[in-house]
Design a binder for this molecule. Structure first.
Ligand SMILES: *[C@@H]1O[C@H](CO)[C@@H](O)[C@H](O)[C@H]1NC(C)=O
Ligand SMILES: *[C@@H]1O[C@H](CO)[C@@H](O)[C@H](O)[C@H]1NC(C)=O
Ligand SMILES: *[C@@H]1O[C@H](CO)[C@@H](O)[C@H](O)[C@H]1NC(C)=O
Ligand SMILES: *[C@@H]1O[C@H](CO)[C@@H](O)[C@H](O)[C@H]1NC(C)=O
Ligand SMILES: *[C@@H]1O[C@H](CO)[C@@H](O)[C@H](O)[C@H]1NC(C)=O
Ligand SMILES: *[C@@H]1O[C@H](CO)[C@@H](O)[C@H](O)[C@H]1NC(C)=O
Length: 416
């Protein structure tokens, strides 16, 4: 991958020439950022619209965290997220351009709509106020580096994980009071025989801990979500992967470990995931992504209703938990309060029923199918109505497909 090479060169050049010729380092950075655009979007290199000074009415949420007090626990913020954020440009043209890299063991690739859950780039999402990104990685087709995938779909042959991390860092450097939560999940099913192997683990550990990651990824022993103040200008990691105990048993990676082994599949009621066994700090998660129990001949409206119910119930749980903390705060000691402060709510509003007839693709689920069959739109339009009624409540992280529609959705998550 060219981007990775550029990064290595940047490091070598910086070491070789030091500050005297720092402008070469800038050129090298531009090269890395250029390599990131297929996943991050063109704003990685065209930053004219994303500087703090130009924040305007057009981008009211570009720096929304800056006004919130440092002492606020991250778990108490309402944070809009982008589900499978790297899929935004996975059109038929992109799928065709990557056909050389699709699996060749007889697995037929699904239509591109199966994999696509966004249509705006990551930089656009950041500027729009999105602060949580669901990213799926695995080894690239030649095991040369780490690439972004959604299932069997390679999402870019050019933008490597390292390149895109640099683009996040560069954005944070321009928005030093913001915090970005990055959820890294090892994506299975990418190609025949693929697994989270030694090489993939080694590359990921290096990407998340070495070089610029040391500056930009919040590292404090892990297992604590902490406050906004201690995280500003940084990435907070959510680790949806397990490292080999044998090799990495002693290594404490930054961020929260949301172990895949503790993440039940497609659980309608949501579940509790303890991410720190010492403090019992818990993430409450709703990730009911496929209403499979409706059967394969279900309607779009039926699928949207089933998904929206799961989302609404979970958001109400988050709001009620906040109310419970208020009671705890009044009559118990500070210790109990602190325990609650790290209780994180993550609600996935994303979903699909691709195996239905006709398929309910992620876009159909999020936005409806544009006919009288979905007069109230999809999950997103109906969620906007739910959120209007819940303004002022604690929601936690709300992870969206097609976050840009309706236009006020991200703002409704953030609240006033
Ligand atoms: C999006 O995909 C199209 C078609 O594959 C491609 O021409 C375009 O360069 C891509 N956009 C970015 C920002 O990479
Ligand atoms: C759990 O949290 C405690 C207290 O913040 C911290 O010292 C410890 O390192 C964390 N454990 C893990 C496994 O992250
Ligand atoms: C964590 O939960 C376990 C099981 O419910 C309990 O035994 C333990 O005392 C709890 N630890 C803390 C620090 O609350
Ligand atoms: C779904 O509809 C098809 C065609 O109408 C029918 O053959 C099939 O039995 C139905 N499947 C279920 C599970 O109802
Ligand atoms: C919209 O959904 C309805 C009901 O699920 C279905 O009958 C119809 O074919 C769909 N229309 C389009 C254009 O997808
Ligand atoms: C909890 O307390 C805060 C601060 O006093 C208050 O703003 C908020 O409305 C309360 N939440 C609930 C659900 O009572």
């Amino acid at each position: 991958m060219r981007g990775l090479l550029a990064r290595v060169l940047a490091g070598c050049i910086a070491v070789a020439i030091g500050v005297a010729r720092a402008d070469l380092g800038d050129f090298a950075l531009q090269k890395v950022l250029q390599a990131s655009t297929e996943i991050f979007g063109d704003t990685a290199v065209d930053t004219t619209t994303t500087t703090t000074t130009s924040a305007s009415a057009a981008k009211p949420y570009a720096d929304w965290m800056s006004a919130i007090p440092d002492s606020t626990p991250l778990a108490r913020l309402n944070i809009p997220g982008a589900h499978d954020a790297a899929t935004w440009n996975y059109t038929s043209a992109t799928q065709a351009s990557l056909s050389y890299a699709t699996r060749c063991d007889g697995v037929t690739p699904q239509p591109p709509q199966t994999y696509r859950t966004q249509r705006r780039g990551i930089g656009d999402a950041l500027d729009a106020g999105v602060r949580f990104f669901d990213l799926r990685f695995a080894l690239d087709p030649i095991d040369g580096g780490l690439a972004f995938w959604h299932g069997a779909a390679l999402l870019s042959g050019r933008s490597a994980v390292d390149d895109v991390l640099f683009a996040f860092y560069a954005w944070l450097a321009r928005h030093p009071r913001e915090v970005v939560l990055l959820s890294f999940q090892y994506e299975g099913g990418t190609k025949e025989g693929a697994g989270f192997s030694g090489r993939a683990q080694e590359l990921l550990v290096s990407a998340l801990t070495e070089g610029a990651a040391g500056e930009y990824v919040r590292r404090d022993g892990g297992g604590r979500l902490g406050t906004l103040g201690e995280s500003r200008g940084k990435v907070v990691l959510l680790r949806r992967f397990d490292l080999d105990e044998g090799r990495y048993g002693g290594l404490v990676l930054p961020g929260l470990h949301l172990s895949p082994g503790r993440w039940p599949d497609n659980e309608e009621e949501g579940f509790a995931l303890v991410y720190n066994d010492t403090t019992n700090a818990t993430a409450f998660i709703e990730d009911y992504y496929e209403p499979a129990d409706l059967g394969v001949n279900s309607t779009v409206a039926g699928n949207v209703a089933a998904k929206l119910d799961a989302v609404r119930m979970h958001l109400e749980k988050a709001a009620a938990a906040a109310a419970a903390v208020n009671i705890t705060t009044n009559d118990a000691d500070g210790e109990e309060e602190e325990e609650e402060e790290d209780s994180l709510f993550i609600t996935f509003a994303s979903g699909e029923h691709n195996t239905n007839n006709p398929p309910v693709f992620p876009e159909t689920m999020a936005l409806g199918n544009g006919t009288e069959a979905t007069p109230d739109g999809g999950v997103n339009q109906q969620l906007a109505a739910v959120l209007r009624d819940m303004q002022g409540s604690r929601l936690g992280i709300v992870v969206l497909d097609f976050f840009d529609e309706p236009e006020d959705l991200v703002g409704l998550v953030i609240g006033s």
